[in-house]
Design a protein around this ligand. Structure first.
Ligand code: FE2
Length: 375
């Protein structure tokens, strides 16, 4: 049985009847009113600004009617209904919830992993992704949860990767074009185009914002080696923090600088912390790329030694095989990574045979939007 009380000054409402009393501020309630004068009934967008709410706002009356709390606000003398379920769902009076998040570093729905995921690589068949929205939703959910997924049995034709992107969102065009070719090349302007092994990295940290998704699609592969490898950067950050909180801290506090100027007319530069946190301390992104890291000058002298110790340890953790998952891309296979979280790499391969991948970038918000709509 739910009940309500109003504080003497009319600034707080307390809802009782749930497992514990839940408090709401008058200004929060008024700003979040769902009535037709406050929120568009068509698209849910807010129709008022904060200044439309009187500064001397207070709650003058509250009563429960069926499944709603009916609140009257002064001086507007306006009565607005709040469904109790909506209040419970949007409660912010839970200190323990935030404390748990701070300890874990992770937003809900994110699961970190290491090599134990090797036998359970998230994957799906192209045809099923295209024809079965449940399978597509599951695959997108796995990308959101684990930060990567593999696609099998796709078409082996030029630009087939665009058909994959069409399933969930839009390509993000860059100076490399709508897509880029990854082949062995002589006189390569970018090390990705040679047969050299590459340390696991996030792509394009020299951009701001960085591309949030990367798709690599295999069209030909007859080389020795060239295994693809992925590493969960959030897992690395967690490990680093448990080993040495000061090292974790220094990588979140200062920005590394990244640069790319490999082709004519392009000089990209950006600053990002290697471990980026949200304002409330959750992991937001990893930016790690030894090839495009440039000279660090934004770390204070007194912290530079610690910074390099932390950077080295992060690099070691990334290279530790217990943290990576590997797979061999065959023609018609692709993988997608959350480029703000999961690092990717490939082992070295010989010049004999051919290896031809096509890659592109896309936006994670579009993928999450498609996932939310499907769900
Ligand atoms: Fe890359």
């Amino acid at each position: 049985m739910y009940d309500t009380t109003i504080s003497d000054n009319g600034q707080l409402l307390t809802l009782t009847g749930a497992s514990q009393p839940i408090r709401f501020h008058a200004i929060w309630l008024r700003d979040n009113a769902q009535d037709a004068d406050t929120r568009s009934t068509q698209n849910g967008q807010r129709l008022i600004t904060l200044q439309d709410i009187p500064n001397n706002l207070s709650i003058s009356a509250a009563r429960i009617q069926e499944n709603d709390v009916k609140l009257t606000f002064l001086p507007e003398n306006k009565t607005i209904d709040y469904p109790i379920d909506w209040l419970l769902e949007h409660s912010y009076d839970q200190k323990s919830k935030n404390n748990d998040q701070m300890c874990q570093l992770l937003s809900s729905g994110i699961q970190t992993w290491g090599n134990e995921l090797q036998n359970e690589i998230p994957q799906a068949d192209f045809k099923e992704l295209k024809t079965d929205s449940n399978i597509l939703a599951k695959w997108l959910e796995q990308i959101s949860r684990y930060g990567f997924a593999v696609m099998n049995n796709g078409p082996k034709r030029n630009l087939a990767l665009m058909e994959l992107v069409d399933l969930f969102g839009f390509v993000r065009e860059t100076n490399y074009g709508k897509h880029f070719e990854v082949r062995t090349e002589v006189n390569a302007t970018n090390l990705a185009y040679t047969g050299m092994a590459l340390q696991a990295h996030t792509d394009n940290p020299y951009r701001d914002p960085v591309p949030t998704l990367q798709i690599l699609y295999c069209l030909q592969s007859s080389t020795d080696g060239g295994e693809s490898m992925v590493v969960d950067g959030f897992n690395i950050a967690k490990q680093l923090r448990s080993e040495n909180p000061a090292w974790f801290d220094v990588l979140t506090r200062y920005c590394a600088q990244f640069e790319y100027k490999g082709s004519e007319g392009v000089q990209l530069r950006a600053r990002h912390p290697m471990i980026e946190l949200t304002a409330d301390g959750l992991l937001n992104a990893i930016h790690f790329n030894n090839r495009s890291a440039t000279t660090f000058t934004d770390i204070p002298f007194d912290d530079m030694q610690t910074y390099y110790a932390a950077y080295r340890r992060m690099s070691e953790l990334i290279d530790d095989p217990s943290h990576s998952v590997q797979f061999h891309l065959k023609p018609g296979m692709a993988f997608i990574v959350d480029n703000t979280r999961v690092l990717h790499a490939r082992t070295g391969f010989s010049g004999a045979g051919e290896r031809w991948l096509q890659g592109c970038y896309a936006d994670k918000d579009g993928l999450l939007s498609t996932l939310a709509s499907l769900s």
